[in-house]
Design a protein around this ligand. Structure first.
Ligand code: TMP
Length: 236
């Protein structure tokens, strides 16, 4: 499949057209940003790690009955995906308090919830991705009620699968962000990425952070954390 013109460049990925109008090529970058692009940097090797980790998770989720946009990994950093129109919602599931939840509600990080929470942000850089509820999402015309119900069902299913999988690697899945898209037939599929950029991973014993919080919070050993997650998933 030939890579044709670049259609979009995001903070962490570039998206290209291909010979097939229904298939796009995603190219993962080492660039990292935080706080809506205010903090910028590079995490060496991140693009290749996020590509491989995302594709591993998408395959696992497909096996468990979650439809995704994944088609084929074609190189270290490049993957073919089905063309979708992205539903402009960041869907965040939390199992343990951390990050903006701890800040907004004035609680410490590390409280294990009795059951997972879900929240939505409106994906809009100019507005700083504000939190919204599902009524707002419907009022703004971002998604239908049926789509919102399906997104919630799939997001909790993703959590069940991922939580159990990471526990087997001695990693607690603290929280994560998902994005969904519509295929040309209107069906909703999981899209975007699932990686240490978009999840919080804590070692189950030491609670060491093995994700992008090391970059966001200047904790050091950022590359080591990404490589450690790679090692736990794929072995050496
Ligand atoms: P938060 O605690 O900052 O709201 O983040 C919740 C989860 O979402 C965390 O695992 C990191 C992920 N996330 C993204 O993937 N992209 C973003 O832009 C933000 C703010 C968070």
């Amino acid at each position: 499949m030939n890579r044709k013109e670049m259609l979009y460049e995001g903070k962490a990925k570039k998206v290209y057209a291909t010979d097939d109008p229904e298939i796009l090529l995603v190219d993962y970058k080492d660039d990292a940003t935080a706080f809506n692009g205010q903090k910028k940097g590079t995490i060496a090797g991140k693009g290749a790690i996020n590509n491989r980790v995302t594709n591993f998770m998408m395959r696992l989720l497909e096996k468990e009955g979650v439809p995704t946009h994944f088609v084929k990994e074609i190189s270290d950093r490049e993957t073919l995906v089905k063309k979708v129109s992205i539903i402009p919602l960041e869907v965040i599931i939390r199992n343990i308090s951390a990050g903006s939840f701890a800040k907004h509600y004035g609680v410490e990080e590390g409280i294990v919830f009795p059951e997972p929470t879900i929240e939505f942000s409106y994906k809009n850089d100019e507005l700083g991705d504000p939190l919204i509820n599902e009524y707002h999402a419907f009022a703004l015309g971002l998604a239908s009620k049926e789509e919102i119900a399906e997104i919630k069902r799939l997001a909790f299913k993703v959590n069940d699968v991922m939580k159990a999988y990471f526990k087997s690697l001695n990693v607690d899945l603290v929280d994560f962000k998902l994005e969904f898209g519509r295929l040309s037939d209107g069906s909703v599929v999981l899209a975007d990425e699932i990686s240490p950029d978009t999840c919080r991973f804590w070692d189950s014993e030491t609670h060491e952070k093995l994700d992008k919080d090391r970059f966001r919070r200047d904790l050091g050993n950022v590359e080591d954390a990404y490589e450690e997650m790679m090692k736990r998933i794929f072995g050496k």
